[in-house]
Design a protein around this ligand. Structure first.
Ligand code: 3PG
Length: 341
C-alpha cells in the first residue's frame, strides 16, 4: 500500500535551506496506509492464553486486533465487523447480514471443525474466503465422548451397578479427525470399533488398525450398541438420525452426539425412548427439546449444560492459533489452505 504525500506549501524547497526565507517550513499532509484489522468475535471466548497467543501472531504481522467477546446481541457483531479485513469466530453466526455489514472483509476463519455457522454461498457472493481449522480441537471432543460415556454407563455415578466398555461395540458415524481420536481411545478401552463414512473407502477407514469399515449407515446402527455421531450438519444429514435407524440398534443402545443437534430427529428419538426403556441418549449439543427429554426419561439422558467439546486450554490454543495464522497467511500472502468455499 502506497503512502501518498502532498506538499501544501508552494514555497517548499525554495526557502527551507535558503537565505531569503529561513522560516519557510513545508507542510506535509500524509495519507498513512490504514493497517488491516482482524476481529476476534467470540460469544463464547477462547481461554485468555489462547487469545494472547493469537494477538501476538496477528500484531507481529502488522495487523491490528479487535476483540468482541461475550457479546449478547447480533447488533454488536454488526457494528464490530464494519471495518475489519478478517474475522475469527467459533460457533458465531456469519450470515448475509453480517457479510453486508463488513464492507472490507476478505476472510472469515471458523476456529473449529464445523462451519455450518457460516453462510458459504453468501461469503462467496461477497468475495469473502471462508476457512475452518480441521483437527485442532478433535482430541478435546473425543475425550469428552468418553467422559460422557463413562458417566452414563455408570448410571451417572448414582452408585447403582453400571456396565463396562470392554468388549462392547462402538459405531462411528463419519470418520474424520474427531472420530479417529475416538477410535484411538476406544481401542484402548478394548471396544470393538466400526466406522462408516460416505467419503472414505473401506481401505482408508481400515488403514487405522483395529477399525472395521461397514458398508452402510443401517449396518453401522444395526451392529453397534454405542453409536457416536461425527458427521457435519448438511442437507443430507439434518434430521437423518431418526426412529427407523435407531430402532435397529442392539439392546442397551446408547446414542452419543458431540456433532450437531440438527442431525437428530428429536421427535423420533423421543418415540423410540418411549418404546425402548434400554435406550440412552447423551449429547454435548443439547437438543432443542432437552427439557422434555429430561422430564420424560430422567437419567436415561444426559446433556452437558453448556457445549463443552472444544473447551480445553489445549483445543482453544490449537484452534485459535491456527485461525490466527491462517488469517495472517491469507491477508498477507493469499494462502488459502483450508478454504471451504
Ligand atoms: C467445532 O465444530 O469445532 C465444535 O463444534 C466446537 O465449537 P465451539 O468452538 O463453539 O466450541
Amino acid at each position: 500500500m502506497a503512502i501518498s504525500v502532498s506538499f501544501k506549501d508552494p514555497n517548499f524547497g525554495k526557502g527551507l535551506l535558503g537565505k531569503e526565507d529561513q522560516t519557510s517550513i513545508p507542510l506535509f499532509e500524509y495519507n498513512y496506509p490504514k493497517s488491516m484489522k482482524v476481529l476476534i468475535a467470540t460469544e463464547k471466548p477462547f481461554a485468555a492464553a489462547a487469545v494472547k497467543a493469537m494477538e501476538e501472531i496477528i500484531t507481529a504481522a502488522g495487523i491490528e486486533v479487535v476483540k468482541l467477546e461475550k457479546y449478547t446481541e447480533k447488533k454488536q457483531l454488526l457494528e464490530a465487523v464494519a471495518e475489519v479485513d478478517g474475522i475469527i469466530i467459533r460457533s458465531d453466526i456469519v450470515d448475509a447480514e453480517v457479510l453486508d455489514a463488513a464492507k472490507n472483509l476478505k476472510i472469515v476463519v471458523r476456529a473449529g471443525a464445523g462451519y455450518d455457522n457460516i453462510d458459504l454461498a453468501a461469503a462467496t457472493a461477497h468475495n469473502v474466503v471462508a476457512m475452518n481449522t480441521p483437527g485442532q480441537n478433535a482430541n478435546a471432543v473425543a475425550e469428552l465422548v468418553f467422559g460422557m460415556l463413562l458417566f452414563q454407563c455408570r448410571n451417572q455415578f448414582s452408585g447403582a451397578a453400571g456396565t463396562e466398555l470392554l468388549g462392547k461395540t462402538l459405531g462411528l458415524h463419519a470418520f474424520g479427525n474427531v472420530a479417529r481420536n475416538v477410535a484411538r481411545v476406544a481401542l484402548g478401552f478394548g471396544m470393538k470399533v466400526y466406522a462408516y463414512d460416505p467419503f472414505l473407502t473401506k481401505e482408508q477407514i481400515e488403514s487405522m488398525l483395529g477399525v472395521t469399515a461397514v458398508a452402510s449407515i443401517p449396518e453401522l446402527y444395526g451392529t453397534c450398541q454405542y453409536v457416536s455421531l461425527h458427521c457435519p450438519a448438511t442437507k443430507e444429514t439434518i434430521g437423518s438420525i431418526n426412529y427407523d435407524l435407531l430402532k435397529t440398534m442392539p439392546k442397551g443402545a446408547c446414542l452419543i452426539n458431540t456433532a450437531r443437534k440438527e442431525v437428530i430427529d428429536e421427535a423420533g428419538v423421543m418415540q423410540l425412548m418411549d418404546e425402548r426403556p434400554d435406550f440412552k441418549y447423551i449429547a454435548d449439543v443439547k437438543p432443542s427439546t432437552a427439557d422434555q427429554f429430561v422430564e420424560k426419561f430422567g437419567t436415561r439422558v444426559f446433556f452437558t449444560p453448556k457445549k463443552s467439546g472444544a473447551q480445553t486450554a489445549e483445543a482453544n490454543s490449537n484452534a485459535g492459533i491456527a485461525a490466527a495464522k491462517q488469517s495472517v497467511g491469507f491477508l498477507k500472502e493469499g494462502i488459502d489452505r483450508f478454504r471451504v468455499n
